[in-house]
Design a protein around this ligand. Structure first.
Ligand SMILES: [Zn+2]
Length: 282
């Protein structure tokens, strides 16, 4: 990517190196087990940590001043966030709406969110309760070493995917998932989750389309993001972890689906082409 001309967003809370501070109730072993399973099965931690919340302690109220961190990775993440703010700001404006950007929280190890405790093992997640996206930047290293998806645009895709969940929060798609929680069968819930996730991939593609228009993409970037989408498909993750594929338990979609929806957004640049909820075939 070429982000030289991109302003770094100041909507960043840098909690790296801060630890957790006082832990009230403590994080039970159960929550950790749930979180790790969530990660390996590709569940979206945004929904899973609601379970973890029951055994975790109250909110950490320590204020962390917002601003773009100075280090290279922090600057990169802040600039990608800045680019998403620019792109979604314009898209919302075109439909006479105002885009209220999310906050990006950088942390290491564990983090407290309005959705409960976050663990780096869960991978990046978005919490609709506090409208923040949480990323342990070591995930970017995992993306390269464990998932074989190197490259800065692969990393940017991950941020853009979490930002897309925020867009869903603003547009109301997220409510479909919240409304279903605890009221439908596991299979039905997972089916809604897959539509949510594929829409987020498509929205990430929409951002990528406009980043291209802003001359922020370089040769090879798109291939990097497609590599990341392939690497984190549920079928691929399941094969890696349990040697078989169980489509009913998919919550993010197969590699092929993730790539296809991302590409769709990337080619059109129009979020209206991302209606996975109306799609007959995912
Ligand atoms: Zn997601």
């Amino acid at each position: 990517m070429d982000l030289r001309n991109q302003r770094a967003s100041r909507n960043v809370e840098d909690r790296r190196g801060m630890g957790l501070g006082r832990i009230g109730g403590g994080l039970g072993v159960g929550a950790i087990v749930i979180a790790v399973i969530a990660y390996f099965l590709g569940f979206d931690p945004g929904t899973v940590i609601n379970v973890a919340e029951q055994v975790s302690s109250p909110q950490d109220t320590r204020e962390v001043p917002k601003g773009a961190p100075a280090d290279e990775m922090g600057q990169f993440a802040s600039k990608v966030l800045g680019s998403t703010e620019h792109v979604w700001g314009q898209i919302f404006e075109q439909s006479n709406a105002q885009y209220r950007p999310p906050t990006l929280v950088l942390y290491d190890g564990q983090v407290r969110s309005a959705c409960g405790m976050g663990q780096s093992a869960m991978g990046p997640f978005y919490c609709p309760g506090d409208q923040k996206l949480y990323i342990d930047l070591s995930f970017f290293r995992d993306l390269q070493t464990r998932f074989g998806a190197p490259g800065d645009f692969a990393q940017a895709y991950v941020i853009a995917h979490e930002v897309a969940h925020h867009v869903q929060r603003l547009t109301g798609s997220f409510r479909k998932l919240e409304a279903a929680q605890g009221r439908v069968s596991r299979e039905e819930f997972n089916a809604i989750s897959v539509r949510m996730e594929l829409q987020a991939d498509c929205y990430a593609g929409v951002w990528g389309h406009h980043a291209g228009t802003l001359n922020q993409l370089q040769a090879g970037d798109v291939a990097e993001a497609l590599g990341a989408a392939t690497a984190i498909g549920d079928d691929r993750l399941q094969k890696q972890t349990q040697d078989r594929v169980v489509p009913e338990s998919f919550t993010h979609g197969s590699s092929e689906q993730r790539v296809r929806w991302f590409r769709r957004g990337l080619e059109s640049g129009n979020p209206q082409d991302c209606d996975t909820f109306a799609a007959a075939r995912l």
